[in-house]
Design a protein around this ligand. Structure first.
Ligand code: 5RP
Length: 218
């Protein structure tokens, strides 16, 4: 049986055809994307550069020799490749396990095609079992937490975590996310919230999932 890490490696490899011939690629964050960057490195001569969603991915991209570019300098991206913590059948996602949700959402918004890559454990019927990450301005942490409690969630401060944007993360437990777009709007509207890790308004366009020996695409 394949390990979860082998499944991540396999699905990362399967995403390569989606970036063939694309000069500048949007790059997400996490262990699956790390494998994807390693795969990209093999044909880096064909790649003009990457727009990265985190300091961690930027560092890895530079290490393998792929230039990291500023989103403001490149305009709309053709393709963005990123992982996810949960994926529902509508390709709506929970993201932010790696605390990079805000920059990930910005790159997803600025990209024509969002290709999501994940191992099979990430597929769910309903989002919310994975605690929903919310990036918050530090001084608003307690206020935002109280507002989230009113929505029925249990926010837990992710201690010792400071995002690349110098903010904090609340992980919200016990949410049954029946209406992902609605909840995304409600949480994004709380003063002090920078970004919620629900990617429902702008879901993935293509999802690749490794399940055993198979790659499932939807
Ligand atoms: C980071 C993310 C990641 O895509 C998500 O946490 C999945 O990570 P991994 O590929 O390590 O399972 O949203 O903020």
């Amino acid at each position: 049986m394949m390990t979860q890490d082998q499944l991540k490696q396999k699905v990362a490899q399967a995403a390569l055809p989606y970036v063939k011939g694309v000069g500048i690629i949007g790059i997400g964050t996490g262990s699956t994307v790390r494998h994807f960057i390693d795969c990209l490195a093999e044909f880096k001569a064909e790649i003009e550069g990457a727009v990265s969603s985190s300091e961690a991915s930027s560092e890895h991209l530079r290490k393998v020799g792929i230039p990291v570019l500023d989103l403001n300098a490149v305009g709309t991206l053709e393709v963005y490749v990123d992982g996810a913590d949960e994926i529902n059948p509508l390709k709506q996602l929970i993201k932010g396990g790696g605390a990079a949700l805000t920059r990930e959402k910005i790159i997803a918004a600025a990209s024509k095609k969002f290709v999501c890559i994940a191992d099979g454990t990430k597929r769910v019927d309903m989002l919310g079992k994975f605690p929903l990450p919310v990036e918050v301005i530090p001084m608003a942490r307690s206020y935002v937490a109280r507002e989230i409690v009113k929505l029925g969630g249990q926010p837990v401060w992710r201690e010792n975590c400071v995002t690349d944007n110098h903010n904090v993360i609340l992980d919200v437990h016990n949410l049954n996310i029946l209406e992902p777009i609605k909840l995304e709007h409600i949480i994004n509207n709380i003063t002090g919230v920078v970004c919620v890790g629900l990617f429902a308004e702008r879901p993935a366009d293509i999802v690749l999932v490794s399940q055993g020996e198979e790659i499932i695409t939807f």
